[in-house]
Design a protein. Structure first.
Length: 710
């Protein structure tokens, strides 16, 4: 390892007192981070502080900015870190190399790409450009994408991308992710090869190319590798647990001369394997860099000791990890609350009622978040928020009733209810191959002249051969739905299970299984309704449910941006809230049933729970429904993660039923809390009244301290 003489002369205008401004865990990583070093930064432990102070320390001790490389995963993170360095030093560090892996790769390739056949003026394809080029390749190869149920351009792009980032073969990708496409392997390989050829001929790169071609440059041109590795005296990598194989190899190549690489991350927060992130990169760091130092940051400045105890207990069950235990720097708080609910609707009711209580106590909307493993878990909470006029922001996708596949299903129901609904016909018909908007509208206008859906199914619109095939596909879907009448839920399940729609989703979307889960959730929700018109009205009026009404009895919002956050756990990483609700902690829900079938899947699910629970600063609610469905009741066991939490680390809340105890679904029930009725109950208890009237009762626990009558 080459040595540097640190002058200690100071870089900026501000004198930094590193001894005082860093804690005992952070200080060694900043001041003694030379050589290969792994900083295991637990949730809320100040990893950004360590990185920025480390950069400031290097600059303050004579390392020129242009000899420091800081790699991040978002441009926002890079800007934030450089901004903090400027504040620390009192001067902007001009010349510092800081940015995402992709932006740094682009910068290097603009200078050195000619060594492997790329000029400095190469183009970068965005996702839409890449998909368009793949469509062109399919067309040039004369592959009949309709006859063979061939994957769409976006699915092909995801397959090719995963193959490159995981450094595996296309066959391995299909075996792992898309086994139903294995019979099409030869054609997919042809498309992939032509896609690569076309990009090279057009002097264009997609985002994956920026990384793979940079690695190729470093591998095939040792003099370029030596020049760059010599330039970057110090390399710092943020979120190292999220790197893929290609990124880890790039870091290794660029640090090959000075060996000064500081990798900062938390193996317990590695949750992006679906994007080809490789947890072995961080776990094997000490083996790849044989003399690596290891620093542990375990002091958490975010959450109460009670919340951290739950997170520590669950993550301790993982075998593949660096053992560590978060320690709280803040004072004691309430125990996390474990809340079994009879159904998803009552779970949602409980969550929103607790939000209302907190709002009445002065909390803001944006201080609360509902986190979930999969997007379809949010539907009941969304509907409850809409009914109560509570504003919310959805992260990790679109709001439930705005999702394309939910609208697809509803369009098919709409034409059954109103055969003259041409817009619904247009949407439903355009799902069929060979039908564009013009032809779909032509067919829709023809069948809209019928008196009812049964008559429409007998119609034979005058169209061309391809359009005729599309109409037949539509009829097949509608016929299986019609046989399921009058149950709305059964019609929706027939729609989702039809060969035509199932094939459409598989071919069009990489996340087709999640979309089917959404339709199933819609079907479960529909079990509450016997009348199709009433169901469609309820769904259509959700926008009105969400409208803000000036009601003096409702808590006021601080601003237009002040909304409750609903988020998938993946999207919540790096964020924090005062109160967090983790919902649907039931068997098959969280951990995900599909993830359990994958190698390493259970441990990643456990890491997801760790991430979710450590988003909470003051209050944590763990909820799950005991049953699923309405007419077709299915019992659910609680998540295995809940059994991994010692009973003395949480307080269980039992939802008790008032009024008609035989109504175990508690439809239209309303939660209310007051004083004076349940002093003999030894557990926190909420009384639900199935009739919808407010019950007055008492919850004698710190769980609901100071709550007034609702």
């Amino acid at each position: 390892m080459k040595e540097f003489v640190l002058s200690g002369g100071g870089f900026g205008t501000r004198q930094i007192d590193y001894e005082q401004e860093l804690n005992d865990e952070q200080r060694p990583a900043v001041m003694d981070g030379d050589g290969a070093a792994l900083v295991l930064a637990g949730a809320g432990s100040g990893k950004t502080r360590v990185i920025t102070y480390r950069v400031a320390w290097l600059l303050d001790h004579g390392i020129p900015p242009e000899r420091i490389l800081l790699l991040t995963f978002t441009n926002k993170a890079a800007r934030e870190m450089v901004g903090r360095v400027e504040l620390l030093l009192g001067v902007y560090p001009h010349g510092l190399w800081a940015g995402t892996f992709h932006s740094i790769a682009n910068r290097i390739l603009r200078s050195y790409g000619s060594n492997i056949g790329y000029g400095s003026n190469f183009s970068i394809l965005d996702e839409e450009d890449a998909n368009d080029l793949i469509k062109l390749c399919v067309k040039q190869l004369k592959i009949d994408s309709t006859a063979k149920r061939f994957p769409s351009a976006s699915v092909l792009k995801s397959i090719i991308s995963y193959r490159r980032n995981a450094a595996i073969t296309l066959q391995m990708v299909l075996e792992r992710k898309h086994p139903h496409f294995l019979p099409l392997l030869a054609d997919i390989v042809r498309v992939s090869d032509l896609y690569e050829q076309q990009k090279k001929e057009q002097q264009a790169m997609d985002f994956d190319d920026l990384l793979t071609i940079l690695l190729r440059l470093l591998t095939e041109q040792p003099h370029i590798k030596e020049k760059l590795a010599n330039q970057f005296a110090y390399i710092l990598v943020d979120e190292f647990q999220d790197t893929n194989v290609v990124q880890a190899d790039i870091v290794h190549a660029l640090s090959s001369i000075h060996n000064n690489v500081l990798a900062v991350g938390d193996d317990a927060q590695s949750i992006y394997s679906f994007r080809a992130a490789e947890i072995r990169n961080i776990l094997d760091f000490p083996r790849r860099y044989s003399e690596a130092k290891m620093f542990r940051l375990v002091t958490n400045y975010r959450s109460t000791p009670q919340i951290l105890a739950v997170a520590n207990s669950v993550i301790a069950n993982n075998d593949n990890q660096f053992a560590k235990e978060l320690v709280a720097a803040v004072g004691n708080g309430d125990l996390p609350y474990l809340v079994p609910a009879n159904s998803a609707s009552q779970e949602a009711q409980f969550v929103v009622e607790q939000m209302t209580t907190l709002l009445n106590q002065g909390a803001s909307y944006s201080s609360m978040a509902v986190l979930f493993r999969a997007a379809y878990h949010s539907q009941q909470v969304e509907f409850e928020l809409m009914k109560r006029g509570i504003p919310y922001e959805y992260r990790g996708g679109m709001k439930f009733f705005e999702r394309a596949h939910v609208k697809d299903a509803l369009a098919h129901l709409r034409v059954m209810q109103n055969v003259k609904d041409v817009m619904a016909w247009d949407r439903a018909l355009m799902l069929q191959p060979g039908l564009g908007l013009t032809t779909a509208n032509k067919i829709g206008c023809m069948v809209a002249r019928c008196n009812d859906i049964d008559e429409a199914m007998l119609a034979t619109p005058t169209t061309g051969a391809k359009a005729g095939q599309g109409w037949e596909g539509m009829r097949r879907i509608m016929k299986v739905m019609l046989t399921a009448r009058p149950s709305i839920a059964d019609m929706l399940r027939a729609f989702a299970g039809s060969d035509d729609y199932h094939a459409y989703l598989e071919n069009e979307y990489p996340n087709w299984q999640e979309r089917l889960d959404d339709v199933e959730q819609l079907a479960a929700f529909a079990e509450q309704y016997d009348d199709l018109a009433a169901f469609l009205d309820a769904v259509s009026l959700t926008a009105d449910f969400g409208a803000r009404v000036d009601d003096p009895s409702k808590p006021k919002r601080e601003s237009d941006e002040d909304s409750v956050i609903l988020s998938t756990i993946h999207q919540a990483k790096g964020l924090e809230w005062d109160t967090v609700f983790i919902i649907n902690l039931s068997e098959g829900g969280f951990p995900s049933g599909r993830a359990m079938d994958e190698e390493g899947g259970l441990e990643e699910e456990r890491r997801l729970f760790y991430v979710a629970s450590t988003r909470a600063r003051q209050k944590l609610f763990l909820t799950y429904p005991i049953t699923a469905g309405y007419e077709h009741i299915e019992l659910r066991q609680p998540s295995m993660f809940l059994s991994e939490i010692p009973k003395n680390q949480y307080e269980e809340v039992k939802l008790r039923y008032g009024g008609d105890w035989s109504n175990m679904n508690g439809r239209q029930s309303k939660v209310a809390v007051a004083r004076g009725q349940a002093d003999d109950w030894d557990e926190p208890t909420i009384v639900l009244d199935p009739s919808g009237e407010t019950l007055r009762t008492t919850v004698p626990s710190s769980f609901l301290r100071g709550i007034d009558e609702l």
